[in-house]
Design a protein around this ligand. Structure first.
Ligand code: SF4
Length: 381
């Protein structure tokens, strides 16, 4: 089984008001070369420790990876190939912000083997983009998409957000239709998450941020899903839609519990049924790597119980659902045995039409997706 490799670039030009990811404002206009040095050092550590692992997906996320200079992309991907055996047909994704996706950056990405882009558009409405604190506008995104297509990228994901403050149903559906008409191979639709510590969270707590009613949020989601399915896209995970054959192979590894390695601050790894988390704080991570105290050794490893929870949580998000047989094979005990103390009321959910059973799989129904958080939290112990 080939592994996945995730690399985190923890810089953005400016922090968006809702962002809870590990990202820092870009120092003095450029991503410091020191970051690339440390990422390469962390990869070498994995090579020394585990040998040259076979990898068939690489995902450069952030933050804003498209802020890397062309030479930094080249160094980073050269380092990946020196430390890992990257399959010839590997899916190599980079996230990108429209404002930094110049022709030079696109050329450097293509040159270094990146064959999939994930672009954060979020909306095509300038008022909403400015409210979110995004640094691009509608035209900036459309031009960046055109440049990416002209540079030969034909596997492009676009992230869009719905359920935003002041967003109307018509605004949302028009953004969705216009984006789908561009012909991306993949779309990810997210509702806004209010992360503690963000300006959005504070504004919401102080009554200064009005979110659409839950019924409108749900209508936005279900109508968007129905529209994309009518356009031939496969709804293969709660938030994700793809043209046939264009499912994100890297994300499938997360949902399928295939081992993956995470490099960089806040990056998680999953090996031998255990999940490891690098320090999220940039300085703490730098200190670990720079002083030879490797994050893999010092980071807390979560145990099998956590792995079971993650298995249930992530697989319930997918269209193929939670495979109870696979659970047993993976963890050596049945789902019923694992949740003996507080069994999630699976039969009740089936009776309520929230879950359906297909052979050995438990799959969320359309109705169940609306209460997925409650269903998934019953699998958290
Ligand atoms: S671009 Fe993405 S990672 Fe950067 S601040 Fe905005 S939401 Fe966060």
């Amino acid at each position: 089984m080939k592994e996945g490799l995730y690399i985190h670039i923890p810089y953005c030009r400016r922090k968006c008001g809702y962002c809870g990811f590990t990202s820092y404002p870009l120092p003095a206009g450029n991503v410091p070369d020191e970051l690339i040095d440390l990422l390469l050092q962390e990869m070498r550590f994995y090579e020394e420790r585990l040998g040259r692992l076979d990898v068939d997906t690489v995902f450069i996320g952030g933050g804003t990876p498209s802020l890397l200079a062309p030479s930094q992309f080249e160094r980073l991907m050269k380092g990946v190939r020196q430390c890992f055996d990257v399959a010839e047909d590997a899916e190599i994704t980079s996230e990108a912000n429209p404002d930094s996706l110049s022709e030079e950056v696109l050329a450097a990405m293509a040159e270094s083997g990146i064959n999939r882009l994930s672009m954060g558009a979020q909306s095509l409405d300038n008022t909403l983009l400015s409210l979110l604190g995004r640094i691009h506008d509608r035209d900036g995104f459309l031009r960046a998409y055109e440049r990416a297509a002209a540079a030969g990228f034909d596997n492009i994901n676009i992230d869009l957000m719905f359920g935003l403050p002041m967003q109307t149903y018509d605004q949302w559906m028009s953004t969705l239709r216009e984006t789908a008409a561009l012909g991306p191979s993949h779309l990810s639709l997210y509702t806004i998450q209010l992360e503690e510590g963000t300006p959005f969270y504070e504004a919401y707590r102080n009554g200064k941020l009005d979110l659409p009613a839950v019924s409108l949020d749900r209508q936005m989601y279900h109508d968007a899903a129905a529209f994309l399915r009518s356009q031939g896209m496969e709804h293969y995970e709660i938030s994700n839609f793809a043209r046939p054959g264009a499912h994100c192979r890297h994300n499938l590894k997360y949902w399928d519990m295939t081992p993956f390695i995470g490099i960089g601050p806040s990056a998680a790894s999953y090996m031998e049924n255990r999940r490891y988390q690098n320090p999220a704080d940039l300085h703490a991570w730098k200190e670990c790597i720079g002083s030879g105290r490797l994050a893999f050794d010092t980071a807390a490893a979560e145990g099998t119980d956590d792995a079971m929870e993650i298995f249930c949580f992530t697989s319930l998000r997918t269209a193929t659902g939670l495979d109870t047989q696979k659970f047993k094979k993976w963890f050596g005990i049945s789902l019923e045995e694992a949740y003996q103390k507080e069994p999630p009321p699976v039969d009740q959910w089936i009776g309520q039409g929230l879950l359906r059973k297909e052979n050995t799989r438990l799959i969320l129904t359309e109705k169940g997706i609306d209460v997925s958080n409650e269903i998934m939290s019953a699998f958290m112990r």
